[in-house]
Design a binder for this molecule. Sequence first.
Ligand code: ARG
Length: 303
Amino acid sequence: MGKIIQTAEELNFDVRSTPAMPVARRIMMVRPTYFHVDNPINPHMRKADGSLHVLDKPKAMQEWDGLRTAYMNLGLQVFEADAINGLPDMVFCANQSLPFLTRTGERKAILSNMANDIRNREVPGIAAALERNGYKTVALPQRSAQTLFEGMGDALWLPGYRVLLGGYGHRTHKAIYGSVAELVDATVIVFELANPRFYHLDTCLSILDGSSALACREAFTQDGWELVKKVFPNLIEVPLSEADSPAFACNAHCPDGKNVILQAGSKQTVTRLKAAGFKAVGLSTEEFIKSGGSVFCMKLQFF
Ligand code: ARG
């Protein structure tokens, strides 16, 4: 049965002594055919004057192709789920589910209860794509304020281990981690997100390998930051200026424990990544950052 850890004191064992779980190696993406910035549900979607960002659609299509190519260049297989007309954020396909493996190796995925009504309509499409790829999908208790959960926007696997890191406070309710821990049968370490500009855990924490991560201190509570430091002996701090939009450096993705794909331009983060032995792969996701998302949100890593 899953155990929930909330503070550094409660983490009185080495997370890397927990049972192993294989790392997910497949990538799913949703083409930005119907992508739009017209449903403002996070602070990054508006300009300083309050108006919505204006999208350059051809540039968005190019950036998406660039990310897809970057994954293929790293030798990863990219699967596509169909975009749906009228669902402007479906391109951010990290959020509708949490894929996992059972202890006997069965592929399953928890389906999200998304906070926004329009976004919640994306869930069946991703569920169908996962089912076509060999997954059994499982539902959480019925959607309500206390059961909100936004999949791999807030819940991130520690690569190689049966350990899940979960953010809460904006899109995901803390209470749902009881059900999540039971379903995935793993240790769940939870973090309160203190700053609305970092509304998903994947906007302020990028797990690079089983002991390394990028993270932005300002997104966490003091207790949460102590816990981040305890989980990751190799913690690379990202300055607020590079974690916030328009840089979004913590929304990076390291699919293989070596290459870190991120929005180009975050100099300090790149210097620190290189010093820690990682390879930075910079590309442009500017049109998606106008919607509050970058590399990590634009794909689902599945087993
Ligand atoms: N506009 C989308 C939203 O606010 C962006 C989602 C980005 N995804 C992420 N995992 N951070 O829901």
